[in-house]
Write a protein that binds this ligand. Structure first.
Ligand SMILES: Nc1ncnc2c1ncn2[C@@H]1O[C@H](COP(=O)(O)OP(=O)(O)OP(=O)(O)O)[C@@H](O)[C@H]1O
Ligand SMILES: O=C(O)C1=C[C@@H](O)[C@@H](O)[C@H](O)C1
Ligand SMILES: [Mg+2]
Length: 166
């Protein structure tokens, strides 16, 4: 889910593992020469098509299969069943789980909302996040692993490493 810490924790995990880190949102922006907010101006369906194209191009890169890569996706990537299937086939998929109160706390700044068009112009951030969490619950549940994202970044990274090693 957006705000759970995928980009922050993913980057730290990659550094620990000596792996390459890819932030899929940044890759989408580079590929299409536009910010996430600009891509959303053409509608969520258009953004999802860009997101799928960026994911496929990454997974299809020569050498990807044998490489050590940590990918922080956007929180909505799992909405497309084709993305879920491709991610599960390409690597280990982890859901960083955070209750709605903590998501609200992490996403309540204007900057955080401006970067995340699905949260803009909503009177109640909590209601919107609740709605998205409910709509995505089964997609998130399909992840191979689930890690509690509430502790400090370093502790989440350690929990991830333990979960991946088990
Ligand atoms: N374990 C943590 N404890 C406290 N704050 C955190 C933690 N992980 C991330 N944050 C903070 O929460 C905010 C959101 O984190 P981040 O951008 O990594 O989330 P994300 O899952 O990548 O979101 P998105 O799906 O929108 O890309 C940032 O301000 C980040 O510094
Ligand atoms: O959860 C989502 O749907 C999103 C999360 C962000 O990472 C971005 O991919 C975008 O703002 C959409
Ligand atoms: Mg992110």
């Amino acid at each position: 889910m957006m705000g759970a810490g995928k980009s922050t924790v993913g980057r730290a995990l990659a550094a620990d593992l000596g792996a390459t880190f890819v932030d899929l949102d940044r890759r989408i922006e580079r590929m299409f020469g536009a910010s996430i907010a600009e891509l959303f101006e053409d509608g969520e369906a258009y953004f999802r098509a860009c997101e799928r194209a960026a994911l496929c191009s990454l997974l299809d890169e020569p050498g990807f299969a044998g490489a050590r890569v940590v990918i922080a996706t956007g929180g909505g990537v799992v909405v497309d069943p084709a993305n879920r299937a491709d991610m599960a086939g390409a690597g280990r998929v982890v859901y960083l789980e955070l209750p709605v109160d903590a998501l609200v706390a992490r996403l309540s700044t204007d900057a955080a909302r401006a970067e995340r068009p699905l949260l803009e112009d909503r009177a109640s951030l909590r209601e919107r996040l609740d709605q998205l969490l409910r709509a995505r619950a089964s997609a998130y549940a399909s992840a191979e692993l689930r890690v509690d994202a509430r502790p400090p970044v370093r502790a989440v990274v350690e929990a991830l490493r333990a979960a991946l090693a088990a």
